[in-house]
Design a protein around this ligand. Structure first.
Ligand SMILES: NC(=O)c1ccc[n+]([C@@H]2O[C@H](COP(=O)([O-])OP(=O)(O)OC[C@H]3O[C@@H](n4cnc5c(N)ncnc54)[C@H](OP(=O)(O)O)[C@@H]3O)[C@@H](O)[C@H]2O)c1
Length: 170
């Protein structure tokens, strides 16, 4: 059964995007990364929030623009949205978390579902369906923007399974 993984690049002060969803801060740091090279072939499907799907792209202006992991990955994408969207090959749209997660897991087979989008990741955590978290820290402070997790609640315990890779315990 597929596991849900929230893998994200983040600033050292805990943001995945700048104000208004700006991702240009990440562009100068895009470089071959063994952690990403290890992760990408283990991803079977993406579960994507609509703001991520429609949003800024750190690969903007380059050959990887508009492609998952800058063109390093291809496969089924499940996008959560409340609004109509134009059809895109390989992309399915779902209007609620439970059916989106079920579809993404079915599409991923034995591989990971990688969650893209902090809001969707938070909902997965709160619904108890988020299995693992992988942080890919970037040497920058952003100061404000979209947080890794924007939530109020008790601490969530994590168990390390690798460098910056954690299993959600409770
Ligand atoms: N640093 C990284 O590695 C990384 C990775 C991915 C994304 N990002 C950035 O993170 C930002 C996006 O994150 P975000 O937290 O703002 O938004 P998000 O999770 O990408 O998308 C949130 C939107 O998805 C839709 N949605 C969420 N849950 C839903 C549900 N249960 N049912 C139906 N629709 C649902 C809603 O859109 P509607 O109601 O409008 O349909 C909601 O406003 C972007 O700037 C993106 O570029 C960074």
């Amino acid at each position: 059964m597929a596991k849900l993984l929230y893998a994200f690049s983040c600033s050292i002060d805990g943001f995945v995007a700048g104000p208004g969803g700006d991702m240009s801060w990440l562009t100068p740091h895009l470089a071959p990364d063994p952690a990403v090279d290890d992760l990408v072939p283990r991803i079977g499907a993406l579960l994507v929030g609509r703001r991520t799907f429609d949003g800024d792209d750190p690969h903007r202006g380059g050959p990887g623009e508009g492609k998952a992991f800058g063109g390093g990955w291809e496969g089924p994408q499940i996008v959560l949205t409340h609004r109509p969207a134009r059809p895109v090959p390989g992309v399915s749209f779902f209007g609620d978390l439970a059916s989106g997660v079920a579809a993404a897991k079915a599409a991923a087979g034995q591989k990971y579902v990688n969650v893209l989008g902090a809001d969707v990741a938070r909902q997965c955590l709160e619904a108890g369906v988020l299995d693992e978290v992988l942080a890919l820290p970037v040497p920058v402070f952003l100061g404000c923007g979209v947080r890794v997790f924007d939530r109020v609640g008790p601490p969530v315990r994590l168990e390390a399974v690798g460098p910056f890779w954690y299993r959600v315990v409770s």
